[in-house]
Design a protein. Structure first.
Length: 73
């Protein structure tokens, strides 16, 4: 099983909930006016990274951090 660590930059997150709606394993949960993450469920598909309109989500696997750099250009 993949050991992934999902991070949400709360200063970038606009609470659009797209990650909640997309995630096939239910990693994300809306709680206390914010998005909470359950890393145990992450399969590192990176769909949330590609989908996030504000580049607030990154996923770290085996020490490598994956973000969608295309959104920066």
């Amino acid at each position: 099983m993949v050991k992934a660590k999902v991070r949400i930059d709360e200063s970038k997150c606009n609470l659009c909930n797209l990650c909640l709606k997309f995630c096939p394993t239910g990693v994300f949960k809306y709680e206390n006016r914010g998005i909470k993450v359950n890393n145990e469920l992450c399969i590192a598909c990176y769909g949330c990274v590609k989908l996030c309109p504000t580049t607030a989500i990154s996923v770290e696997v085996a020490g490598y951090i994956v973000i969608d750099y295309a959104k920066y250009y």
